[in-house]
Design a binder for this molecule. Sequence first.
Ligand code: ZN
Ligand code: ZN
Ligand code: ZN
Length: 382
Amino acid sequence: MTEALSPDAIQARHSRLGRVRDRMGEEGVDVLLLSHGADLPWLTGYEAMPLERLTLLVLPLEGAPVLVVPGLEAPRVPEAGGLVELRPWSDAEDPLAIVGGLLAHRSHRRLALSDRAWATTAFGLQRTLPGAEWIEASTVTSPLRAVKDAAELAALRAAGAAADRVAAVLQTGGIPLIGRTEAAVSADLSALLVAEGHRSVNFAIVGSGPNAASPHHEPGERIIGPRETVVCDFGGTFALEGDVGYCSDITRTVVTGEPSPEVSEAYAVLHAAQAAGVSAARAGVTAASVDAAARSVIEAAGLGDLFVHRTGHGIGIEEHEDPYLVAGNDELLQVGHAFSVEPGIYAPDRFGMRLEDIVIVGFDGAPDPLNVADHHLAVVDA
Ligand code: ZN
Ligand code: ZN
Ligand code: ZN
């Protein structure tokens, strides 16, 4: 948890607040109301616990933003150069009445509320502020959060480098596989993520043999055998001094002994597809076109039916956020966008493989992959 923000982090918050206000104006939003979710730490540095008690940043188009926060949580809100006023509330008070009072003399026709707010918060606010039009806060925040600033790019780079170091241990046989359970390997990957600077592990998928064909397989008691593909997809939130943490997410597939010709050939297709996706990820192209670039390589090899998910997702404070690299998304990629490129090939009941890097669109508009761990199918005979 962030206790104190660095001067750079505070400056970044003030600049984000300016961009949020500009976009509120463009979208005709009178008040932005941020409860649980990643928008709040992105804008204020405060990572609210998902308590039942109301936490709500009340940010009118004009005037000081006020953070209505449970009194017992107030000491955890980092000071951010006067960015927000605090309005701690005691358990004997009605926080919705406080919010109503803050907005009593302000225009509040069109209100934007956190996508991740509790339903009780949404319904309570609707009763407190009747007659308003309600929209998701992501209408304002998502496009802004998707374009990372310099500090965020540095944070993602540090997270990616840490994940690469874990991948290298896996690929060079530092984690024994044969004869062990998926769950044990998952625990080893998790421990290494923490040892490499992550403050929390968000997932450590290990799918072996037929389980590798299930993209989000829950690692279990299956014993890994020889000559199997093992999909390892892991990531966490990298700890940062003086700011909230940013996420890593990487997938490497290894094989426990000489791969069959079928597996080798499929992996060559996957490798080419992932490289095509990465090189297509430039400023000015649609998100959908990156999906198409990766997918067309797999389709051309006759394996299109075995690539059963989108090519990628944005990443930042959250593991999955805008932009999504998926058919139909006509959003244009911009400098500062950060996302995964992760095609997979899944042969039901037999084997599976996925290859995933985080890529940012660099300042020259060209793709800049953050993960450089070996992209070949590593043989781990241990
Ligand atoms: Zn996934
Ligand atoms: Zn992943
Ligand atoms: Zn991913």
